[in-house]
Design a protein around this ligand. Sequence first.
Ligand SMILES: Cc1cc2nc3c(=O)[nH]c(=O)nc-3n(C[C@H](O)[C@H](O)[C@H](O)COP(=O)(O)OP(=O)(O)OC[C@H]3O[C@@H](n4cnc5c(N)ncnc54)[C@H](O)[C@@H]3O)c2cc1C
Length: 558
Amino acid sequence: MLTRAAALQEIAGRRFEVLVIGGGVTGAGVAFDAASRGYSVALLERGDYAIGTSSRSSKMVHGGLRYLQNFDLGLVREALLERQLMVQLAPHLVYPTPFLVPSFAEERRDRKLGIGLNMYDVMATTRVGRSRREMRSSKQQDEDFYWSPDRHRTIERDEVLELVPSLEPCDPNDAYLFYDCQTDDVRLVLTILGEAERFGAVMLNGAEVTEVLSRGGRATGVAAVEAESGERFEVEAENVVNATGVWADQIGPELAEEEDVPRIAPSRGTHVLLDREDLSTGSAACIVPAGEDRHIFALPWYGRTLVGTTDNDFDGDIDHPRPGGEDVEYLLDAVNTFFGTAVGESDLVGAYAGVRPLISTGDPKKSVDISRKAELYETSSGMLTITGGKLTTWRRMAKQTVDRLVERDGREAPCHTAELPLGREASADEQEAPDGVGEEAVAQLAFRYGYAARNVLRLAGESPKLAEPIVPGRPDLLAEVVIAARLEQARCVADVLLRRTRLGLLAAPQLRDADAVRPLAEALGEELGWSRRQVKREAEAWPAALAEAGADPAGALV
Ligand SMILES: Cc1cc2nc3c(=O)[nH]c(=O)nc-3n(C[C@H](O)[C@H](O)[C@H](O)COP(=O)(O)OP(=O)(O)OC[C@H]3O[C@@H](n4cnc5c(N)ncnc54)[C@H](O)[C@@H]3O)c2cc1C
């Protein structure tokens, strides 16, 4: 990515065909899709890329088995096809995980779930009436043929315990096994933005859109404020796209009739992370009953166990959603009951909460029942707003938006994103690791950056200091801090710890004070030209940022 200074110079006072507001997965997708169809594109993000809901998801690229209960069949089918496509386009970053639904003692296997899983399998196939073997041997690589996971099956006790040894004390009979995919949501956003830039899009974070400019009732661009200087600048645009997720109803309301804009019904989801010594699901994920016919899951993620999520209507501060104390208790109760463990709040290595941008229909449904469908709105000003949806369906949402622009402009510009790789894959053993960089670090770099991991390794090879871990015992390297500042527009310690790496969520207790982040702040400061005093100030600002995110479980839970 361009540096912030260069991006600001490219954007301020210029004219673009498409101006995207919001640097979450949806905005990144729109910028990528539009740029790859030949539009000139700029994207402005108020905080940091993915700072909103796109860094706070459950990290699953999935069809959403539970939406079958609501008969959201179109949504599930669409998401399953996208899931397959994402594994194909970003194999280093989106990977399948086996999910288990175990049954115990006298319990009979849940037949209803079995039917649901059959539907899930059928909906994930791209050619009805042809077996997977036939499809594989046909070598037909047309656009309808993608990677697809194995069908679900029932596995016996031995295989259950092989996958999840910690279930032994609960004495499982057997389990349903099916597949869904996982990712790192922020890295997905950064990867999409990187691809958008390859097609000429320019993006800037720390740039809040404060006004949608208009002439004769038509949106003609935006005014924004750059965070560090506080300076206002304007950007002219033929098309303005509002991709601000849960904030979508706050952009340009003066230009819209009430019925032309979405009304957001925010719903908060809390997640907690545990050390695998305290709770491990081995190499698989488990679906865990959580009372009242609700389920949560426990997933392996970055060497920790991720437990989530809750889904409750939320009327708190959507700018700083924090894990709710009751929600944390609810999640811990559910896993303790299921696994026979006794983990408490003080055992957590991290926690986070996100707010879903669900669209209110005015119907007083609970948030769990509100559809995850995306909605595209066009106001009389011409501004397009795209919100709702899921991390998994970002590409479809972007396509839907840019298709509308293309139609409006009468252009011949088909969408290419189903064929464009996201980053470049590189296996861990292709990477040359300098001394002191272990296998775990190399594998994590290959997952996170794909082929570009070699940039990190080169830096680590040039300077032994940069080959050191950011947090002792974790595989993330100080060289990544340099890359974050140099190539990914990171501006502060929180940008690195909460988003470029996920250490703030994975090792919060080790990051409680300013001293713990001093080497990181120094590496960042060296890149960003900070004085010694600023390095100290930035390190000292971190504990407040950690508390604001609610990521440190021993900190205040609200
Ligand atoms: C708890 C939870 C779990 C989830 N789990 C999953 C899952 O496992 N799989 C899945 O597929 N989906 C999941 N989702 C849904 C998914 O995370 C969201 O649908 C998706 O991330 C929304 O992305 P977005 O880009 O629309 O919004 P956001 O990521 O919120 O992006 C909007 C951006 O706009 C910026 N912005 C706001 N106002 C302005 C302004 N004035 N100027 C400039 N920028 C501005 C914000 O800073 C923000 O970065 C989950 C959601 C939640 C809450």
